[in-house]
Design a protein around this ligand. Structure first.
Ligand SMILES: NC(=O)c1ccc[n+]([C@@H]2O[C@H](COP(=O)([O-])OP(=O)(O)OC[C@H]3O[C@@H](n4cnc5c(N)ncnc54)[C@H](OP(=O)(O)O)[C@@H]3O)[C@@H](O)[C@H]2O)c1
Length: 409
C-alpha cells in the first residue's frame, strides 16, 4: 500500500466497550444486512444514527429496535412520518442533506457508507473528515470523486474498510506490507442475469428481468449494473483507488457460482483467493468486527455440494461496460462522467424510458461528448457530475423519443 491513503491495513485496537455504529442508508439492502448483524450481536454494538432517503416507516422501526440516538430522512416530505413514528421514543429526528451530514458527523467509531449513488458523497465525506472508520459499500462515491476522496482519507486519518464483496475478499488476501510482490488482483463477476443472452434478447430486456440477479439479492440500481456489467466496471475503478493499482493490474473473470469473490496473484505464481456463500453479511461482518471477527449466520460453504466452480472471460461485444470503465480511467474526470451517465441511464431504464442496451450507449456517447477536466476540488466534481447528467439526459430524451416513435410505428 502506498502512503497516499487507501485501505488501512491494521490500526490496533477495537475499543474495549461496544463499538458505536452509524448506518448511512440503513433501509437499503446493505443497510438491512448491517441491521440484521447488529441485532444478532447486541452486546458488541451501540447505534448512534440511521438514515434513509424516503422510507421513514422502516427507518423508525429500525431506530426503535436498535435504540438509536438519531434518525434522519433525506427527503423533507417524509419528515412528518418519521417524526410521528418516533414521537415519545427519545430518539432525535432530522431531515434534508444537512441532517444526513449531521448523522455522519455525530460521535461514532464506525460508519457504514450504504447509500446508493453519488448522493452518498457528501455524508460519506463528512464521516471521513471526522476521522472515523468507514465501512465502504457506496462504490459510486469512489468512482465519482476517487482521487479527492482518497486524499481526504489520508488528510483526516480516516480508515476505509472495503465492503463490496470482491474488494473485501481482496483486502483479506492482500499483503499490504509487501505490495511489491503483488502482480495483480482479480475481481470475480457472476455475469448477471444476461450472461447467456444474445444481443437481440438483451435489447428487449425489461427492468424486471434485469433486476432478477441469479446469485445476489440487492437494490435495484446495483442489480441493473450487474446485468450490464457496469457494476464490475465501477468495481474496477474502485479497486484502482482502494488498492492503488493501475487498471492493467486489475483483472475481471466471470464466475457464475459467485463462490470465489476475489483473488490476489503474487509474483511467485501463488494465488490467494477468498471464498464464501454469496451473502453480503459475510463482508459486512468482517468490516463490523475488524480487526476482529463478528459472527454471521450465513450458509457455510459445502464445496462437495456445490461440485463445480467455473470461469470464463467476459464478452466485450455484449458487455462494453468493462472497456468503457478502462477508457474512463485513462481520461481526467472520466470516472466521474461514467458514473453520472450510468446513474442517469439506469434511472431512465428502470422508468421504461430507454431500452437495456441504451444504458451503455448513453454512457459511451456522454464520455465522447465531455471534455477532459482536472478535478482539484469537490465543487469541480459536483460541476462535472451535473454537466454529465445533463448531457446524458439529452441523449436519453433523444433515444426515448426514437423508441416511442418506433413503438408507435
Ligand atoms: N446490495 C448489495 O448487495 C451491494 C453489494 C455491494 C455493494 N453495494 C453498494 O452499496 C450501495 C447501496 O446498495 P443497496 O443495494 O443497499 O441499495 P438500495 O437497496 O437501493 O438502498 C439504498 C439506500 O440509500 C438510501 N438512499 C437512496 N437515495 C438516496 C439519496 N438521494 N439520499 C440519501 N439516501 C438515499 C435509500 O433510502 P430509501 O430506502 O429511503 O430509498 C437506502 O437506504 C450501492 O452503492 C451499491 O453499489 C451493494
Amino acid at each position: 500500500m502506498k502512503d497516499s491513503g487507501g485501505v488501512n491495513p491494521g490500526k490496533d485496537g477495537v475499543p474495549d466497550r461496544p463499538r458505536r455504529v452509524t448506518i448511512l442508508g440503513s433501509t437499503g439492502s446493505i443497510g438491512q444486512s448491517t441491521v440484521d448483524l447488529l441485532l444478532r450481536n447486541r452486546d458488541s454494538f451501540t447505534v448512534e444514527a440511521l438514515t434513509a432517503n424516503r422510507n421513514a416507516a422502516l427507518l423508525a422501526e429500525q431506530a426503535r429496535q436498535l435504540d438509536a440516538r438519531f434518525a434522519a430522512v433525506a427527503d423533507p416530505a417524509d419528515y412528518p412520518v418519521l417524526k410521528d413514528a418516533l414521537f415519545g421514543s427519545g430518539i432525535e429526528v432530522g431531515c434534508g442533506r444537512a441532517a444526513l451530514v449531521e448523522a455522519a458527523e455525530r460521535p461514532a467509531d464506525w460508519v457504514m457508507a450504504g447509500i446508493v449513488g453519488a448522493a452518498g458523497l457528501e455524508p460519506t465525506l463528512a464521516a471521513v473528515r471526522t476521522g472515523k472508520i468507514v465501512a465502504f459499500a457506496n462504490k459510486e462515491v469512489l468512482v465519482c470523486a476517487g482521487g479527492l476522496f482518497m486524499r481526504e482519507i489520508a488528510a483526516h486519518g480516516a480508515t476505509l474498510l472495503p465492503v463490496d464483496s470482491e474488494h473485501n475478499a481482496i483486502w483479506q488476501c492482500f499483503d499490504f506490507k509487501r505490495v511489491d510482490g503483488i502482480e495483480k488482483v482479480v475481481l470475480t463477476c457472476s455475469g448477471g442475469p444476461f450472461r447467456e443472452r444474445s444481443l437481440t434478447e438483451m435489447r428487449d430486456a425489461t427492468p424486471t428481468q434485469a433486476v432478477a440477479h441469479p446469485t445476489w439479492r440487492m437494490g435495484a440500481k446495483i442489480s441493473v449494473d450487474s446485468a450490464t456489467l457496469f457494476n464490475k466496471g465501477l468495481e474496477l475503478i474502485e479497486a484502482h483507488y482502494l488498492f492503488q493499482l493501475p487498471a492493467e493490474q486489475v483483472d475481471i473473470v466471470i464466475h457464475p457460482q459467485s463462490i470465489i469473490h476475489g483473488m490476489v496473484v503474487y509474483c511467485d505464481g501463488s494465488v490467494l483467493a477468498h471464498l464464501g456463500s454469496p451473502d453480503m453479511r459475510t463482508p459486512i461482518a468482517y468490516a463490523l468486527g475488524w480487526p476482529g471477527r463478528t459472527r454471521a449466520p450465513t450458509k457455510r460453504l459445502d464445496l462437495a455440494e456445490i461440485g463445480r466452480l467455473t470461469f470464463e472471460a467476459p464478452d466485450p461485444q455484449r458487455f462494453p461496460a468493462l472497456r468503457l470503465a478502462r477508457e474512463a480511467l485513462d481520461r481526467s474526470g472520466g470516472p466521474t462522467v461514467l458514473n453520472a451517465a450510468n446513474e442517469t441511464a439506469v434511472h431512465a431504464f428502470l422508468e421504461g424510458r430507454i431500452g437495456f442496451l441504451d444504458i451503455a450507449a448513453t454512457v459511451e456517447r456522454t464520455l465522447e461528448r465531455m471534455p477532459e477536466v482536472t478535478l482539484d476540488s469537490l465543487e469541480e466534481v459536483y460541476n462535472l457530475d451535473k454537466a454529465a447528467r445533463e448531457i446524458a439526459g439529452e441523449l436519453i430524451a433523444a433515444r426515448g423519443g426514437a423508441r416511442a416513435a418506433a413503438a408507435g410505428g
